[in-house]
Design a protein around this ligand. Structure first.
Ligand code: ATP
Length: 249
């Protein structure tokens, strides 16, 4: 499946959030979107998930225009809260329970194993570490079984050690997930480490400023250590976009 966004713009309450956004995402790709706070990254994910409608242009999956909630995207919002009174198993199968869909226990157990949560299946969220909670929320999103996973700052609230651990983990399992992933992050290194491609968003109204193609790179932690120039270029570009936005506010 291919996602195509063409000349997309979004105005909310008379404020133009973003404009002229063009993007094609191919099946299996890992794309990160980075940009300053408030530039509209979450809004763009909301458009794809169907909870916001574009005011200009269009987004489509395999030619089918997105015009509201649709069956292509599973969205993990910034604060994907787990229900405290439900176990890990019950939390991750919530979508199926709510929609009266069958639960494939073998499949769920297989994913619990991949996510390192087998022993926690019957635990309640308060018994989990921060990293385990995020893995649980991510697994819940994955089990919705959509082609595209939209991850909005999934590791944003975690300490650096846990965060790095989850990045390493996501990198090792991403091929097994067999999904197309769109990740929103503020963390340049996270984007460099995990992505096939990065788009930078900024300005006012916000737009895509530039794109970095990382396909074919072997992005190890050591590789990251040598990306000072690239990291600096991304940061400088983001800063320029942020300053431009501040001047217009
Ligand atoms: N329903 C709404 N009505 C009006 N303005 C909104 C609405 N939702 C979001 N906004 C505004 O849209 C802008 C973009 O918000 P959004 O959350 O998409 O940015 P972001 O880049 O994801 O920010 P962050 O990185 O801080 O999460 C912000 O200025 C926000 O206040």
């Amino acid at each position: 499946m291919t996602l195509v966004i063409t000349d997309a713009g979004l105005t909310l309450s008379d404020k133009q959030i973003f404009q002229h956004i063009n993007l094609t995402v191919e099946r299996g790709e890992f794309l990160s979107i980075i940009g300053p706070s408030g530039c509209g990254k979450s809004s763009l994910l909301n458009v794809l998930a169907g909870s916001l409608l574009l005011t200009e242009g269009e987004a489509s999956v395999d030619g089918q225009v997105i015009s509201g909630y649709n069956g292509h995207f599973a969205y993990m919002p910034q604060e994907d809260l787990l229900f405290d009174w439900k176990t890990v198993f019950e939390n991750i199968t919530l979508y199926q329970t709510i929609h009266h869909l069958p639960i494939d226990n073998d499949e769920v157990m297989r994913y619990l194993d991949i996510f390192g949560l087998t022993d926690a299946a019957d635990a309640y969220p308060e018994e989990l570490s921060g990293g385990m909670k995020q893995r649980t929320a991510l697994l819940r999103t994955l089990l919705v079984e959509r082609e595209f996973l939209l991850l909005d700052e999934p590791f944003g609230a975690l300490d650096i050690i846990t965060r790095n651990g989850l990045q390493d983990w996501l990198k090792t399992i991403k091929d097994q997930l067999n999904r197309t992933i769109i990740l929103v992050t503020h963390d340049i290194d996270e984007a460099l480490y995990l992505s096939d491609r990065i788009v930078l968003m900024g300005g006012s109204p916000s737009h895509f400023i530039s794109e970095i193609d990382l396909a074919g790179q072997n992005q190890t932690r050591e590789w990251l250590n040598y990306q000072g120039e690239l990291r600096n270029n991304i940061y400088t570009t983001m800063l320029a976009g942020h300053q431009k936005a501040s001047e217009r506010r």
